[in-house]
Each structure stands twice: as structure tokens, then as C-alpha cells.
Write a protein that binds this ligand. Structure first.
Ligand code: GDP
Ligand code: MG
Length: 314
């Protein structure tokens, strides 16, 4: 905790409540994406977005959340649309289609109902603004990442091609901040179960190695007989991820098609059949690991989920 960031620094209040309630939205209006957390002017702080909260408050079943995190332009929004069977012009905004990249955190307004161990659960899909895949992480990106970690039941870490050291340390940082968040929710108890992590490696490059092997290797401690400080730090990061590692799955997806800017115009018949097959398998994997979000040992309906969100002040 606080290894790379003194806890005090994140005590700055970053979320303030947005405008007053807007009344019940029309059900047809729920067939769209809503922001739940947005950056404020200057893109340094976060605030809750009442529109998205209103869509969540309507949900009466226990809520489960599938969140997707990863670098900018790694195909997160496209993937979510594929999981929800939505076209790009209807679903989450995909890179080349719209001017605005996803800012902050968005949900799809209509949850998918699923039966989990005999209980009807409403699954919310959550899209996040990506982080720069090169260069240093920054406080703003890390917070979005961490907030998605706090909110999700299944967290899909979408990575192009491979798992790099930076991806691991970024995740570990998010887990640290997530601990800060939930420490603050209710006076330091373990307030909620951590998300199940799904490492999703895009592309078909694996040359015989399974993605699970690749992730395991990336998370394995490296021998450090000479006591090198850097190796020691990365090893500590790997250890701190063990909590999630035990709870993680790896999955690979091949390219949907070589023409990436035309993807949105293609239907399943035009996409690579192997992609379509694996995408369906991925849906099943998500369906098999999804659980409602438990906070303080209890599931949350929409109103409770929103008040959980409102308690996360930092
Ligand atoms: N080659 C390839 N391109 C993709 C894939 N997924 C999305 N894209 C394209 O990459 C660009 C960014 O996608 P987007 O979903 O907006 O990325 P995001 O920023 O992570 O949400 C778009 O032009 C997509 O059509 C993929 O799996 N393979
Ligand atoms: Mg996006």
C-alpha cells in the first residue's frame, strides 16, 4: 500500500455529485450508453454523472458488472459492442467512428439479465477511457482504472498482443488504489470482493504458448540473487497481484478482420469465422465466472449500487 503513492495524496476529494435527479428515463432511452463518471474541465478530476446513475437506479435485481480496461485504441469499445451484439453506430463509440473517445466510465443503459446460481442478476457492461500504452501512467488514468476495478465483478484487461511489465505494474497500482477506495468506503473493512480478472490477449500470435502460460510467466517472480532493486520492486508487484492472480483467467481472441477501420461496417458473415467462434466462447466464459457484486457481504440493487458509488470519495 502506498508503495508508489503516499495514501494522503489520493485523499483529495475527486468525485462531487452532479446535477439533481432528472426523473425516470423512457425505457427506449435506455438503449444507449451513459456516462457514470466523467472528467471535469481540464481532464484531471472525476465526477459522477447523474444520467448514468439514473439508469442504474432503475435496476431491481442484484447487479453484476463486466468492466473492460486497457490502453487507448486497444479495441475495448468494439469488444463491448461485440459482447452485447450492438453495431458501432448504436453501441459504445468506436475509435475511428466518432470524434470523441470514451471519456471517463460509461455503461450500456440496458443491463443483460442472467441466471446466476438460481438468482436473476442484471449484468451491467462498463466501458472505460483507455490509458496511454506508452509513457508514464498518470494519476487520472490510474483512477479510472482503479474505479473500474472497484466496480466490476469481472474485469477484462484488454491487451493487444502480449503482457508487458508495464501492464502488470499498472494493474498492481490500480489494485493498490482500489484498496484505498474501499478502505474509505466503510472505515477500513474489506468492503467488497475483488473482481475476477480476465486477461484478454488480442491477436493470434501465440506460437504454441497458451495465453494462460504467458500470463503465468509474466506474473512469476524472477530470481534476484544479486538483490537488484528494480527486479525486487517488480517482484513485489507480482506478489501483490497474487490475490487477483488466483482469481484470474486468460483468453485469446484473434483479429476480427485485417481491415481494422472497416470493422464497424462488417457483420458476422464478413468477420473471420474463428473470431466469431472465439467471441462466442468468450461470452460463455464471462457468463460462467460472473457473480453479482457483493459489498459488505450483500448484493446490491440499482439504488444500493448508486449509493455505493456515491460513498467512494477520494
Ligand atoms: N485489428 C483490429 N482492430 C480492432 C480490434 N478491435 C477494434 N479495432 C479497431 O481499432 C480501433 C479502436 O477501437 P476501439 O474499440 O475504439 O478502441 P478503444 O479505444 O480501446 O475503445 C477502431 O478502428 C476499431 O475498428 C481488433 O480486435 N483488431
Ligand atoms: Mg473506447
Amino acid at each position: 500500500m502506498g508503495r508508489r503513492w503516499a495514501p494522503g495524496i489520493c485523499a483529495v476529494a475527486l468525485i462531487c455529485l452532479a446535477a439533481a435527479a432528472t426523473g425516470d428515463p423512457d425505457p427506449n432511452e435506455l438503449e444507449r450508453a451513459y456516462p457514470i463518471v466523467e472528467p471535469d474541465y481540464g481532464h484531471t478530476k472525476l465526477r459522477l454523472s447523474e444520467q448514468g446513475l439514473e439508469a442504474i437506479r432503475r435496476i431491481e435485481n442484484p447487479i453484476a458488472v463486466v468492466g473492460v480496461i486497457g490502453p487507448y485504441r486497444s479495441g475495448k469499445s468494439f469488444l463491448l459492442n461485440q459482447l452485447l451484439s450492438l453495431s458501432c453506430d448504436k453501441g459504445f463509440g468506436v475509435g475511428h467512428m466518432r470524434d470523441t473517445k470514451t471519456k471517463g466510465i460509461w455503461i450500456w443503459g440496458t443491463p443483460i439479465e442472467m441466471d446466476v446460481d438460481g438468482t436473476k442478476v442484471s449484468v451491467l457492461y462498463l466501458d472505460t477511457e483507455g490509458f496511454e500504452s506508452v509513457g508514464k501512467s498518470n494519476v487520472y488514468d490510474d483512477r479510472i482504472f482503479a474505479l473500474a476495478t472497484v466496480l466490476s465483478s469481472v474485469l477484462i484487461y484488454n491487451l493487444p498482443e502480449t503482457v508487458r511489465e508495464a501492464d502488470i505494474s499498472r494493474l498492481s497500482f490500480a489494485v493498490d488504489i482500489a484498496e484505498e477506495f474501499y478502505g474509505r468506503v466503510k472505515g477500513g473493512d474489506i468492503a467488497f470482493e475483488p473482481a475476477k480478472l480476465l486477461w484478454l490477449i488480442q491477436r493470434d500470435f501465440l506460437q504454441g504458448k497458451s495465453v494462460q502460460q504467458m500470463v503465468n510467466e509474466a506474473l512469476q517472480r524472477v530470481p534476484n540473487d544479486n538483490g537488484d532493486k528494480y527486479i525486487d520492486e517488480v517482484n513485489q508487484i507480482r506478489d501483490s497481484l497474487a490475490v487477483m492472480g488466483n482469481n484470474s483467467t486468460a483468453f485469446s481472441l484473434p483479429q476480427p478482420h485485417l481491415q481494422r477501420t472497416k470493422l464497424c461496417e462488417m457483420d458476422d458473415k464478413e468477420l473471420d469465422p474463428l473470431y466469431v467462434k472465439r467471441r462466442e466462447e468468450l461470452k460463455q466464459v464471462v457468463g460462467s465466472i460472473i457473480k453479482p457484486k457483493f459489498v459488505q457481504g450483500k448484493t446490491l440493487n440499482g439504488k444500493e449500487f448508486v449509493s455505493f458509488l456515491e460513498q467512494v470519495k477520494y
